[in-house]
Every structure is written in C-alpha cells, then in structure tokens.
Design a protein around this ligand. Structure first.
Ligand SMILES: Nc1ncnc2c1ncn2[C@@H]1O[C@H](COP(=O)(O)OP(=O)(O)OP(=O)(O)O)[C@@H](O)[C@H]1O
Ligand SMILES: [Mg+2]
Length: 349
C-alpha cells in the first residue's frame, strides 16, 4: 500500500488513527491504527463494499458483527469494535498481531515438518471447535487467514483471522453495481473452496473442514492439492479431481501415514464422508496422553485402525460436473453468483 494513501491519519470511529496500511485482501484492507487516548495498537479491517440502506439488512449486519465479536478464544483474533465510516465503509477493530501469516511462512520457509504441522493444526482446530460450537462457520479458511504470532513471550501461537467476515461481506453491496450480493452468492477462495460451496453455495461446518484439509495439505507439502490458472479450473478440480496423497507429492518429507489419512478424510468430496465435527471421537493418534485434549485428535474417526486403501481416497462426485460460473479473480476470494435453489452455477457476464 502506498504511503500516499489518503486514509493515513484518518480517525475511524473517533478513536482509531490509521498509521499504516498492512495489506489488501479480497474483502477490503487492513490498517495498523493507534488508539487516540490509550497508548495501544489495533488493526482496522475495512470491508471494501458498502452496507446498503435497507434497515433490516443493517440490523442483520450488526447482529452478525456482534456474533463475530463475541468469539473469545486464545486462537481466534479478538474483534473488539466495529462501525461504519463515510470514507471507509464498514470496519472492524481487532487486536494488532505481530508475526506473519501462514501463507507468508510457507513462501519464506517451505513445507513444515509433520510434527510441527500437527502442532499448529491442533491450535487451529481448537479454534474451529469453539466457533462451530457457537454456530459460527468461517467460510473463507485459507493460509492468509491463519496468523502465527511470534513475540518475546510466544512462538508460532496461532490466531485465526476473519471468522464470519465472508458472511458479513455478502451482506454488503457492490460499489460499482449497487447490486446486493446476499442471496445465492458464495464468497470464498477457489484454491480452498469445498465442492458443495463451489456447486450450490451450501455451507456448513464441514465446508470449513474441507478447507482445513487443504491448509493441512499445504503445510505438509508446500502446495495446495488443486491449482490452476483460473478460478474456474480450480473449482472444477475441487469438484471432480481426486487429490494426490501428500506422500506421493513429497515422498522425501516422510509425512506420517495417519496424518495423511486425516488430511484425505477432510478432503472427501461429499460432506457426509468427512468428519462429522471437530470435538468428537478419540485420538486418531491413539495416544492416551492426548485424549482429553482439544483439537485434531478429537475428530470422529477410527482411521488409525484401518489400513490405507484406495477406497479411502476422496472420490469425485460421480460423473464430471460442469461448472459455469462468474468470477472476479482467479486466486483471491471470488463472488460466484448462483441461481437461488439451483444445484448448479450459471454464467453471469
Ligand atoms: N489483526 C491483525 N494484526 C496484524 N496484521 C493483520 C491482522 N489482520 C490481518 N493482518 C494482515 O493484513 C494483511 C491483509 O489481510 P486481509 O485479511 O485483508 O487479506 P487476506 O486474508 O489475503 O484476504 P481476505 O480479505 O480474503 O481475508 C495480511 O497480511 C494479514 O496477515
Ligand atoms: Mg484475511
């Protein structure tokens, strides 16, 4: 972000002075801000699009924003405030984090060894178990939304970013068209989007599990299972292609077979073939020491008793499913317009 950004110095909500642009995402921008009376730093996230004038929509937005702010967990970034600003649109204040996001880490250092990846995953799924229990689905799980906090006191303490933001953003309207994107629209990132989200916008906590499988896969191998030059190509692969096992991609990295099975189970195409939830079940690692702890080990599964067979590999959803969708960009979050109630996306110019 250029230093000539006219918003630098702007005071948001009478309290937060923007001092530096941190980055630009698909939904908006993030700024570092200093509270005008407390000597404290915050991060301000803006939603690029504006909330309409429909009072029921404003109410819904505020209800959702309150729900997002109510998430209080050691591994979820704390949203502390939100509001609307004439220049910025809707904004959220959250704790300012020091460290780097998981995408930056993977680019900088490459794949993460199995044990360290599992340790990070434990923290991540702990956060999701908590949010899912409160009925909040993330909808835009991806490595840029997993922050690794490192300070003098902690190293690689996970904070999940942007819980519920995709849903909030869908309640806003497009600046240019003024068209509401609430009904029949899916927001998400194609490289992480579950088949059901790509096909008909159906989303529940198992949609997050799929994207978590992709994040885990990426940690272990340094790449996502399905890539492509366009969003359409990636979504088509999410729906139709069976992912290669991490050990086949990087045999040199010695990914633990049980870890691999967990990843592949998350990546099942059908929602009901993934884990049912995060907190149920015993440790797939079969370690007594881990039983009773939250997180990965509590996936409902007995995969540690099974042998790895081809049948456990994720299967495609039957015959190849054609995807014809409108997208705004190949790699970042996209808005996919879907006809309400239809099982398949249609092309919107
Ligand atoms: N609370 C925070 N403290 C410090 N940096 C943050 C905070 N929240 C986000 N960031 C950083 O700001 C940058 C932009 O984040 P943003 O969420 O806008 O982008 P994104 O995750 O790529 O896209 P999306 O809008 O889809 O979430 C990222 O580098 C992110 O790590
Ligand atoms: Mg983000």
């Amino acid at each position: 972000m250029a230093s000539a950004d006219p918003l630098i110095g702007h005071v948001v909500g009478d309290r937060y002075r923007l001092v530096r642009g941190i980055g630009q995402g698909g939904f908006g921008a993030v700024y570092e801000a200093v509270h005008v009376s407390l000597d404290r730093r915050f991060a301000i996230k803006t939603l690029r699009r504006h909330l309409g004038h429909d009072p029921s929509l404003v109410q819904r937005f505020e209800r959702e924003a309150r729900l997002t702010s109510s998430l209080e967990h050691p591994h979820i970034v704390q949203v502390t405030d939100f509001g609307h600003d004439d220049r910025l649109g809707s904004w959220f204040a959250m704790e300012f984090l020091r460290g780097e996001d998981l995408q930056t880490r993977l680019v900088r250092k490459g794949p993460i060894d199995s044990l360290s990846a599992v340790r990070l995953m434990r923290q991540i799924v702990d956060a999701f178990a908590y949010a899912h229990a409160k009925g909040v689905v993330h909808r835009d799980v991806k490595t840029p939304n997993i922050f690794l906090v490192s300070t003098e006191a902690v190293t690689d303490h996970v904070k999940v970013l942007d819980f519920g933001i995709a849903r909030l953003s869908a309640l806003t309207e497009d600046d240019a068209s003024g068209k509401l994107t609430k009904t029949g629209t899916v927001m998400g990132s194609p490289a992480y989007m579950a088949p059901e989200q790509a096909l008909n916008g159906k989303v529940d906590h198992r949609t997050d599990l799929y994207a978590l499988g992709i994040v885990f896969y990426e940690m272990l191998t340094g790449r996502v299972p399905f890539s492509g030059t366009s969003a359409l190509e990636m979504l088509s692969k999410q729906v139709n292609e069976v992912p290669a096992a991490p050990s086949a991609i990087r045999p040199d990295l010695n990914v633990h077979p049980r870890t691999e099975l967990i990843v592949l189970k998350c990546l099942q195409k059908r929602m009901d073939e993934r884990y049912r939830g995060i907190r149920r079940g015993r440790s797939p690692y079969g370690s007594r020491r881990e039983e009773g702890s939250n997180g990965l080990w509590r996936f409902r599964t007995r995969i540690h008793r099974r042998r790895r067979t081809a049948a456990q590999q994720p299967t495609a959803l039957g015959r190849a499913t054609p995807l014809r969708q409108a997208m705004t960009g190949p790699t970042g979050p996209v808005a996919v317009r879907l006809p309400v109630g239809a099982g398949r996306a249609t092309m919107t110019p």
